[in-house]
Every structure is written in structure tokens, then in C-alpha cells.
Design a protein around this ligand. Structure first.
Ligand code: NAD
Length: 360
């Protein structure tokens, strides 16, 4: 199979972990006889430095041409006080919107070998296996009006949380389909006791649930969900929620998985004529300026994202499963980075990437 993939390493540890994910893709291509066609593009802080904008037109063209996009992370401290259009994170929102990827899938698993790396008691984390489906192109991150106006005591800031019925319907259908292929349970998370936006969300999700009688639906308010995720994470199978709630809740997943560096994600939108999803794949973590350039970052979230890319964009389930098994084998071997608190000396980013390739 020809695998045409755009790689956007981005900033900080984004470049380091992406390098290992690409190494794994090469290993898969070699073992299963696929032809890897990789192009590299600019996104985030590096793109601002080289082109003056976080999301250059050229990157958009490359992403639309590729079968799938593999991304690292964006963000550089030097842009922390830059105007909004000159922030690396603007590139992230830009590419998600350009590709129309409206559903962000974030699987969270507590691997047996990592139970001690979680600050939760083992019996709480053990057996955790859920997936967060976060709406990605709507809600308060995109809604208008937005902005800061006025001066002095009159200075005010506005953001708008906006959802339309079709936006809720399409992401809900995706989450229900996923639940059908898992344990058949979907928890929709909102703040319907306070927000009209969430009242529409809940109403539409209930309507869509009638198309999926084999999936059991329940609802949680987001504040309660935040608590249940650490009190009783095993109760969850598929969690469906809007953009900002999903952004916040999924970082709690890091506590269960042992480190944020473990978490992969897949952002999916429409389907191509071939039936493959239009997909953008990236680890959940950011550019981690505190450890960038030190060969310390955990590349397993990025490698898991590459596995998701093989599965969702190319239908290569066997290859994806082989990558995931290799990740588990590496975890069991104890050759892991410092964030997973190994008993011996920590492995480097490069060594973990190599170990995954060897296990494949
Ligand atoms: P972060 O995820 O970069 O880091 C949070 C903490 O987790 C840090 O202590 C970091 O060292 C650690 N960490 C993160 N990934 C790790 C890995 N793979 N291995 C080991 N440790 C890891 O979040 P932050 O510090 O809040 O943000 C830093 C920058 O990244 C900001 O500019 C932010 O806007 C950006 N960001 C980008 C994305 C993205 O590109 N998708 C997501 C989140 C944050």
C-alpha cells in the first residue's frame, strides 16, 4: 500500500517524539511491504520563525493532499505574550479546521506495567480502559463574538460557546459507533444545569441515541465527571463531550495512564471516497519546553498516534495492533523514559523508539 503522510513535527519535544513515531512507521512499512511517502511541513512556532505565520498556506495544501497527517506539538515560551494571530497554538486550531476533523478520539488505558507510575492507588487505576470523544471544531474555542475591548475599568473580554444541531449530531454518531464496537456504553458529559448550550447538547444526544438501541447512554455533569474519573475510572467506556470540557478532562486521563506522554490521539472528520477517515494524529501532550532538546521525552503517545493513523486512515489493523503490542512489550521490559519512573536508569526518547521498532 502507498502511505502518503504529512509530518508536522512542530516545536519543542514535538520534533523529538515525532522522529520516533516516523521511525516506527518506517519499520512497519519495511515489515509489511508498504511504500511510505513522507513530506514534512511547518506548523506552530517554527512556522512563525520561518514564514511569519503559525499555519502557512503551503502546510494547508500539503495536509489536504496527504492521506493522513502526523503531528508533534506546538508552543514556544517566547510567544506567550504574542498577539493571538501570532501564537503557535493558532496553527493547531487552523489545521484542525482546514481538515474538518471534528472528533478527537483520546484512548486512555492503565497498562499493568505502569500502575505504580500512577499517583492513584493501583486498585483504582487497574483495568481502566476508556476513550474520550471530544468535539474539536466548535464550542468556545471557535465561537464568535470573541475578543478583548475597552480600557481601564471598562475593559472586558468575551468568548462565545456556540454549537449547532448538526455539529452535535455528527460527533455523537461517531461516539455511538465507537461504543458499539467496544463495551456498548456511552457517557455524555455536559453542564446542562447551567448552560443552554449543554441543554441542546443533551437533547440532541438523546435523540441520536435512538439510532443506537444497543448502546447504553448515561449523562454526567462535567464537574461530577472530573471527580468520577479519579474515583471510579472503570465505570467509563466511551465519554462524549464538547471541545473545552474534553480538553480539560482528557488531561486527567494522564493520571490514569501514568504520564501525559503515554496518551495518543486521533482527530477524524469526513470520509474520503475510499472510505478512509480524513485524519490528523498527534500525542495529547504539548511541546514541554521544560524538557525539550534533552532526549528525555516519552515518545509512546506519538507512537500510539502513529498506530491510530495506520488503523483509521489506512485500515491497517494488523499493523496497528503490532505497534500497540510492541508498546506494551517495551513497557513490560522496563525500558521507559523518566516520566514513568523506572526502577533503573531511565531510557532516552531515542532508545524507547528503537525498542519499539525491535519489538515489532
Ligand atoms: P505540556 O503537555 O507541554 O507539558 C506538561 C508537563 O508534562 C510538563 O512538565 C512536561 O515536561 C510533561 N510532559 C509533556 N509531554 C511529555 C512527554 N512526552 N514525556 C515526558 N513528559 C512530558 O503542557 P504545557 O507545559 O501546559 O504547555 C507547553 C506548551 O505546549 C504551551 O505552549 C502550550 O500551549 C503547548 N501545548 C500544545 C499542545 C499541542 O500542540 N497539541 C497541547 C498542549 C499544550
Amino acid at each position: 500500500m502507498n502511505l502518503s503522510i504529512l509530518v508536522l513535527p512542530g516545536d519543542g519535544i514535538g520534533t523529538e517524539v515525532t522522529c520516533e513515531a516516523v521511525r516506527v512507521l518506517h519499520r512497519v512499512a519495511e515489515k509489511w511491504n508498504h511504500t511510505l511517502r513522507l513530506t514534512e511541513g511547518l506548523l506552530g512556532g517554527v512556522a512563525i520563525h520561518k514564514t511569519g505565520t503559525p499555519f502557512p498556506d503551503q502546510t494547508e495544501r500539503l495536509a489536504l493532499d496527504a492521506d493522513a497527517t502526523l503531528m508533534g506539538a506546538v508552543g514556544l515560551p517566547e510567544f506567550d505574550n504574542a498577539p493571538p494571530h501570532l501564537r503557535p497554538e493558532k496553527g493547531l486550531l487552523g489545521i484542525r479546521r482546514a481538515l474538518g476533523v471534528y472528533a478527537n478520539l483520546r484512548p486512555v488505558r492503565a497498562y499493568q506495567a505502569l500502575l505504580d507510575a500512577s499517583p492513584l492507588k493501583n486498585h483504582l487505576a487497574e483495568g481502566t480502559d476508556f476513550i474520550i470523544v471530544r468535539e474539536l471544531t466548535g464550542g468556545i474555542y471557535y465561537g464568535v463574538p470573541r475578543g478583548i475591548s475597552g480600557e481601564g475599568a471598562g475593559e472586558r473580554a468575551v468568548n462565545s460557546m456556540v454549537y449547532t444541531r448538526p455539529e452535535i449530531e455528527r460527533v455523537a454518531r461517531m461516539a455511538f459507533r465507537l461504543a458499539q464496537n467496544r463495551r456498548g456504553k456511552l457517557t455524555s458529559v455536559d453542564k446542562s444545569n447551567v448552560l443552554e448550550n449543554s441543554q441542546l447538547w443533551r437533547k440532541v444526544v438523546i435523540e441520536i441515541s435512538r439510532e443506537f438501541p444497543d448502546v447504553a447512554l448515561d449523562h454526567l455533569l462535567v464537574d461530577n465527571c472530573a471527580m468520577q474519573l479519579v474515583l471510579n475510572p472503570k465505570r467509563f467506556d466511551v465519554i462524549l463531550t464538547e471541545n473545552m470540557f474534553g480538553d480539560i478532562l482528557s488531561d486527567e486521563g494522564a493520571v490514569l495512564a501514568g504520564s501525559i506522554g503515554m496518551l495518543p490521539s486521533a482527530s477524524l472528520g469526513g470520509r474520503k471516497p475510499s472510505g478512509a477517515w480524513v485524519g490528523l494524529y498527534e500525542p495529547v501532550h504539548g511541546s514541554a519546553p521544560d524538557i525539550a532538546g534533552q532526549n528525555k521525552a516519552n515518545p509512546l503517545g506519538a507512537i500510539g498516534s502513529a498506530a491510530a493513523l495506520l488503523e483509521y486512515s489506512f485500515g491497517l489493523k494488523e499493523e496497528a495492533a503490532a505497534v500497540n503490542s510492541a508498546v506494551e512489550a517495551v513497557l513490560n521490559s522496563g525500558r521507559v523514559t523518566a516520566d514513568l519512573r523506572p526502577s533503573g536508569p531511565p531510557a532516552t526518547t531515542t532508545q524507547v523508539g528503537q525498542a519499539v521498532c525491535e519489538a515489532i
